[in-house]
Design a protein around this ligand. Structure first.
Ligand code: BYC
Length: 313
């Protein structure tokens, strides 16, 4: 009888651009890499609800309140799809959440900055969701099926979020002098943190090599950062605002902008738990989890009862 070489089957799938599915054999390091990335991504979605949720009660109109509420709910949904995708790799939801709540797991650096004004809500939707889409479009073709499929819906919703943010920025940028100043101030504070979302420079990115080899990532951190700058600068110009980077300059040869790197020492501090809002975010997540205990208990009791009725029938 012919013996199957599972490693060859796995490599063959990657070479043919086929998806790896939960019951397929996969190398242990691939599984661990995916759990790390997908769970960090899920945590980012639910922690990302906090700085925006903070503005729901203060949105300047009923329309903007409804739109922001829908956006924040979408982010909660993204977290759920992603936790479910991570669970297919053999880790429990409880363990994933425990890693977040104890500070063991990372989530996106961007959500450790405060949202100080309504313009920050515009800047987050426009820049942060814009950067998220730039990164996630390639993830729709990631080699792990459940992750790639979750990304399809997430990307569709993120594009609505990006429009929401750009609309807020447009209103402010074309509004009164004070409103335009508020928009510029938000751009000044969110520009570099957004650039950090793509991760460290390629030369200092320990996970990129495997991620590219296994077709989880299809573009590197630096490639995506460059694409983001190229796409966003014309939008800044349309708004009549200024990118807070004196070195920003079109480079005809590379058909892209030259720009200054973010402060990578600040990035390291943030991902080590020492950013402006890290402690506040973790405390809010822990409180929400604790306060939600009775909901989980009630849902479990209901499911158990339904099961008993079903089994007795
Ligand atoms: N923040 O080797 P590298 C959203 C970590 S949420 C924190 O380049 P990789 C949204 C990295 O984890 C957006 N940590 O890593 C939600 C690694 O540490 P470990 C979230 C970061 O994985 C609500 C170390 O630094 N998007 O869209 O190859 C409202 C070295 O990095 C960050 C995703 O999660 C960071 N910015 O590349 C609005 C997308 N960057 O794990 C919007 C999926 C790096 O070795 N994730 N680190 O301890 C990815 O594409 C990749 O994981 C990353 C990093 C590009 C983020």
């Amino acid at each position: 009888m012919e013996t199957i070489n599972f490693e060859n089957v796995f490599e063959g799938k990657l070479a043919k651009n086929e998806m790896v599915e939960p019951k397929d054999w996969m190398p242990e390091n691939y599984r661990k890499h995916l759990i790390r990335q997908i769970s960090q991504h899920a945590h980012s979605e639910i922690v990302g609800m906090l700085p925006e949720g903070n503005w729901i009660t203060r949105a300047p109109s009923l329309r903007s309140k409804i739109v922001l509420l829908a956006k924040v709910q979408d982010e909660g949904g993204h977290g759920l799809y992603l936790y479910t995708a991570a669970e297919t790799l053999g880790i429990s939801r409880d363990e994933l959440l425990d890693n977040l709540h104890t500070g063991k797991a990372k989530y996106s650096s961007i959500f450790n900055y405060p949202t100080l004004t309504w313009a920050d809500i515009g800047a987050v939707g426009w820049l942060v969701d814009g950067a998220a889409i730039m990164n996630q479009v390639m993830l729709q073709r990631a080699s792990y099926g459940p992750y790639a499929r979750a990304m399809v819906r997430i990307c569709k919703e993120e594009s609505f979020h990006q429009r929401q943010g750009f609309e807020v920025m447009t209103r402010l940028a074309f509004g009164t002098t004070e409103q335009k100043e508020m928009a510029q101030d938000a751009l000044n504070r969110w520009w570099y943190p957004t650039m950090m979302m793509f991760g460290p420079p390629d030369a200092e990115s320990p996970n990129s090599e495997n991620a590219m080899k296994w077709r989880i990532k299809r573009e590197t951190n630096d490639q995506l950062r460059q694409k983001f700058v190229n796409q966003t600068v014309p939008q800044v110009e349309y708004l009549g605002l200024t990118v807070p980077d004196a070195q920003l300059k079109w480079n005809e040869e590379k058909k892209g902008y030259d720009f200054s790197e973010p402060n990578w020492a600040e990035f390291k501090q943030i991902i080590s738990g020492n950013g402006p809002c890290n402690k506040e975010r973790l405390a809010a997540r822990n409180k929400a989890h604790h306060d939600g205990e009775w909901v989980r208990a009630a849902a479990m009791a209901h499911a158990k009862k339904k099961n008993e009725v079903y089994e007795a029938a």
